[in-house]
Design a protein around this ligand. Structure first.
Ligand SMILES: [Zn+2]
Length: 355
């Protein structure tokens, strides 16, 4: 294809298993290059052409010669202290020719014993906690899950046998599922566990289900089935037995109700039963016993937040809420309060308006 003719084919490196590895074509495969060359890329959308280019350049990159560079390390003595500076100098751009070279820190030419002029000062700072994972970092951490284990033996085993969490093809969907279920959330590029995620880890009474090592062990067995070293039926029977055991433990555990901390605060101020969230608002689960307490999600044109409902249930009154709309169209501010006689929610107005 003319787009890729500029790359010098005669410089292609020798093929090895790093380029094409038949043994890795298993249940989930990556993009496999074929020998058919498209005449042109018309008929593809702009995004598809970009994707094609990305795949094509990646392929060309891996069969291009190695990039070569000189590493420079300078040890610089200042009083009694030694400082180290490192830099790179690219001597043969190799595969960098395809996509451009990465930004390398270059050091000026130096000779041994050379005196350097400079200003030095001491700055004070505090150590920072480890940075939050980005999505790419978390994916890499899943792949190397074994190396983060506390138990050294399990760690070595995971590392040797490549017992990461998931496979190249499934790690992305595993993360997506954790985001969809709101166990994880992103702030900018950083990933945080949600309250729900932390609560699940805290309450789930089955240690194996929270263990990276155990998940790695299951992955290994799946791999053994793929390699014909382990029987499918035996594995499924094992999983069935384990699942039954785990369900029993979960059902008998104290925390099995999985009520979140906000749900624990949504308690009916009249009968003390928990409220349930419905499409239109909150209703007391004691309605079968005659309790009529409920809170609408929207009151006089104003959406009521869950925190306001919690406050209403706990202390009998919300903070002042601004911007209700009366039937006449005028707006007003009011508290929402529990009317003990009518057993319902009513407006309470600030003192001065009472007059
Ligand atoms: Zn009630």
């Amino acid at each position: 294809m003319p787009e890729y003719a500029q790359y010098n084919v005669s410089e292609w490196a020798e093929f090895s298993k790093r380029h094409f590895d038949d043994s890795k074509v298993g249940s989930h495969t990556a993009v496999i290059p074929t020998e058919s060359v498209p005449n042109n890329l018309t008929g593809l959308s702009e995004d598809e052409i970009k994707l094609y280019g990305l795949v094509a350049r990646s392929l060309i990159k891996i069969i291009y010669p190695k990039a070569e560079f000189d590493d420079t390390t300078a040890m610089i003595a200042v009083d009694k202290h030694t400082f180290k500076a490192t830099g790179k100098c690219i001597t043969n751009q190799g595969w960098y020719a395809v996509d451009g070279k990465p930004e390398a820190k270059e050091l000026p030419p130096l000779s041994e014993g050379q005196e350097l002029q400079g200003e030095y000062k001491i700055t004070e700072g505090e150590t920072e906690p480890p940075k939050r994972y980005t999505e790419a970092e978390l994916l890499a951490a899943m792949e190397l899950a074994g190396q983060k284990l506390e138990d050294e033996e399990a760690r070595t085993l995971m590392k040797l046998q490549k017992r990461g969490l998931g496979t190249d093809a499934t790690r992305g969907p595993i993360l997506k599922s954790l985001f969809d279920k709101e166990y994880l959330a992103k702030k900018g590029k950083s990933i945080y566990p949600t309250e729900l995620g932390m609560y699940l880890i805290k309450c789930l009474p089955v240690k194996e289900l929270k263990s990276a090592a155990y998940t790695g062990e299951l992955e290994k067995q799946l791999n053994n089935i793929a390699l014909g070293k382990c029987s499918y039926d035996k594995y499924i029977a094992f999983i069935k037995q384990k699942t039954a055991e785990w369900f029993k433990v979960i059902a008998e555990s104290e925390d099995s109700k999985f009520t979140s901390s906000t749900e624990q605060q949504l308690i009916c101020p009249f009968c003390g039963k928990p409220l349930i969230k419905l499409d239109w608002g909150y209703s007391c689960t004691g309605y079968k016993d005659g309790c009529k307490f409920h809170v609408n999600k929207k009151i006089s044109g104003k959406s009521i937040t869950e925190n306001q409902v919690i406050m209403l249930c706990k202390s009998g009154r919300t903070a002042i809420i601004k911007g209700f709309t009366a039937k006449s169209g005028s707006t007003f501010d009011a508290y929402l309060a529990v009317d003990k006689e009518k057993q319902e929610v009513s407006f309470q107005f600030p003192e001065r308006r009472k007059k």
